[in-house]
Design a protein around this ligand. Structure first.
Ligand code: NAI
Ligand code: MG
Length: 365
């Protein structure tokens, strides 16, 4: 049977960028590439409009069954006044929670044609290809006790950084598995010098590393890691870190390479019966209501998210690389959606022109 893919375009520019991904999927299907059993459903505001809930139970059940989920974006001003539990974001949060997606993968990859776009010097980012794995379901954002409590005559804001061995073990395994498919180098970041959770983190990651003797493991304090990421990011291959540090470091790394319209992501969970991890792929950006419906959205982040699905859910690394090369080609040819133009006087291409050009580049090899 064909591998299965659930597509959830969502709101705003979500459906616009997803239409371009469909062109790429169709191209592979018609040209000897993987053929997917694709189903499409609603998430976010559009699901609320149709069903009165941002994620229908049937959609949730389907997401649990498929080999991978590909999501566009959710949200929009129309839904801002909704009750918290009905907000579009709740649909996405429910997917992440019920699929138990504990490893968030954020690549920072530099397309050379855009190296000038970076805030760093060209030689620092040119050829950059690193992956940050952020623990997503535990740590200080979830730890108990938490709250604002009275203490003496003042209030205290309390959060608790807390990691169990098994939580560290499973995200470390995800990171080592990734490193095996990439450059076989993993750097773990924590603050074992001042945090107990960091001490345990380092110990467990080191232990898991014994199961991956081919991977060269190193450790770095997260603050030093932030410095090294901006000084010489090419020293890294895969980085694994906790929820809080990962939040900061992945945003930092994202901006090494430029626009929000270019950034893919994946969230992975435990391996399923077929050995593949539960997986949700999505661009980092949101539904961009300011440009929705105008054909201005950059579809590359979503197309690169599909490339990640090819590589990490479907063992199609060659096809993923082919998509990435096609993106590099159209950028080198000078094609730019509006978000990639900055102050330049050039005319931008539309969402669908960008998608068509990527498919044409795929066809050329
Ligand atoms: P946003 O990412 O939607 O937009 C931020 C800025 O980047 C806007 O100026 C937008 O036009 C631009 N932009 C984003 N993606 C682009 C693309 N592919 N091509 C060209 N330009 C792009 O973030 P914002 O404005 O904070 O949130 C808008 C809505 O999206 C809100 O309802 C928010 O809750 C939701 N959101 C959803 C996310 C998701 O579905 N994962 C993530 C972030 C926000
Ligand atoms: Mg963040």
């Amino acid at each position: 049977t064909n591998p299965s893919l659930l597509i959830l375009p969502g709101d705003g520019i979500g459906p616009e960028v997803m239409a371009e991904v469909r062109k790429v999927i169709d191209w592979f299907g018609a040209n000897g590439g993987p053929v997917f059993d694709v189903s499409e459903d609603l998430v976010g505001g559009c699901a609320y409009d149709a069903h009165g809930t941002p994620l229908h139970d049937d959609t949730m059940a389907r997401a649990q069954e498929v080999d991978a989920v590909l999501l566009g974006a959710v949200g929009g001003p129309k839904y801002d006044s909704l009750d918290f539990s009905l907000k579009p974001e709740r649909g996405l949060l429910r997917l992440r929670k019920e699929m138990d997606l504990y490893a968030n993968l954020r690549p920072a990859q530099c397309f050379d044609a855009l190296a000038d776009f970076s805030s760093l010097k060209t030689e620092v980012v040119s050829g950059l290809d690193i992956m940050i794995v952020r623990e997503l379901t535990s740590g200080v954002y979830f730890g108990e006790p938490r709250g604002i409590i009275e203490e003496g005559n003042e209030r205290v804001g309390v959060n608790t950084q807390r990691y169990t061995e098994s939580e560290i073990d499973r995200v470390a395994r995800s990171a080592f598995e990734l490193a095996m498919r990439r450059g076989k180098r993993l750097c773990s970041m924590e603050k074992a010098n001042v945090m107990e959770s960091g001490v345990l983190w380092r110990e467990v990651v080191t232990q898991v590393g014994k199961d991956y003797p081919e991977v060269e493991l190193s450790h770095m304090y997260a603050d030093a890691g932030a410095m090294q990421l901006t000084r010489w990011p090419k020293q890294f291959d895969v980085i694994v870190t906790d929820n809080l540090f990962g939040d900061l470091l992945s945003d930092l790394a994202a901006m090494l390479t430029g626009s929000l319209g270019m950034l893919p992501s994946a969230s992975l969970g435990a391996p399923m019966a077929n050995g593949r991890p539960k997986a949700l792929y999505e661009p980092v950006h949101g539904s961009a209501p300011d440009i929705a419906g105008q054909g201005k959205a950059n579809p590359i982040a979503c197309i690169l998210s599909f490339a990640m699905a090819l590589r990490y859910s479907f063992d199609r690394g060659e096809d993923a690389a082919r998509v990435e090369r096609a993106v590099e080609t159209v950028l080198a040819d000078g094609l730019r959606t509006a978000d990639l133009l900055g102050e330049e006087g050039k005319a931008p291409v539309s969402t669908s022109e960008m998608g068509d050009a990527i498919v044409a580049a795929l066809a050329k090899g």
